[in-house]
Design a protein around this ligand. Structure first.
Ligand code: ZN
Length: 203
């Protein structure tokens, strides 16, 4: 049984659901929040509420967006002929940080993993094919930037096969090796990622 008052225990329980936050850290954070000013604590609560209320997915690329389209899809200077396919919205961040990719994105919402019950229908693969089949589509190249993991590789192969069939005129490339195998794009540094992008190869 917890020795905390129920509202404190509730906060500890919610905080401990966050990734990398164990029970002890959750307690420390809860006590930190209790000690902080009403203003700071409410600002945190409001920020969480606001992000859930106002942020959705872009209707074109499924990146995070405030409103129907994300800032990248809205940006006329971004090359619409180049699409980079990633697993999660968080993968867009390291690629943007590299400042070398000037195209658009397509966020799949995960990777193929039959063991976990994730198959092609659970990802936004059909939406990618639809994007490429649009009559006004001018895409020249699709860069498959799924993670260098078993599931990421399987996803890249699946999409590459689909694209060869549906859009043979579009070049399909995969990031060069050099990214730490088995790790997530999210944790790659800019230099490594930049090299992987520059050295991308046809698949
Ligand atoms: Zn978008």
């Amino acid at each position: 049984m917890s020795s905390h008052a129920a509202p404190i225990q509730r906060l500890v329980t919610e905080l401990s659901k966050l990734p990398g936050i164990g029970n002890r850290t959750a307690q420390r954070l809860a006590f930190y929040i209790l000690r902080s000013s009403d203003e700071d604590a409410m600002a945190l609560a409001d920020a969480i509420r606001e992000v859930k209320e106002r942020i959705g997915l872009c209707e074109i690329c499924f990146n995070l967006a405030e409103g129907p389209r994300c800032r990248i899809c809205e940006d006329e200077r971004r090359d619409p002929a180049l699409i980079c396919v990633v697993e999660e919205p968080s993968d867009v961040i390291p690629i943007e940080r590299m400042h070398e990719f000037r195209g658009r994105y397509h966020v799949l919402g995960g990777a193929l993993s039959p063991i976990d019950g994730v198959d092609a229908d659970d990802l936004r693969i059909a939406e990618l094919f639809r994007r490429l089949a649009a009559p006004d589509c001018i895409v020249r190249e699709v860069v498959l930037a799924t993670n260098p993991t078993t599931t990421g590789e399987a996803t890249a192969l699946h999409i590459a096969d689909g694209l060869r069939e549906r859009a043979p005129e579009v070049a399909v490339t995969r990031l060069a090796s050099g990214l730490p195998v088995g790790s997530d794009l999210e944790y790659a540094d800019e230099v490594t990622l930049g090299r992987a992008f520059a050295g991308r190869r046809a698949v």
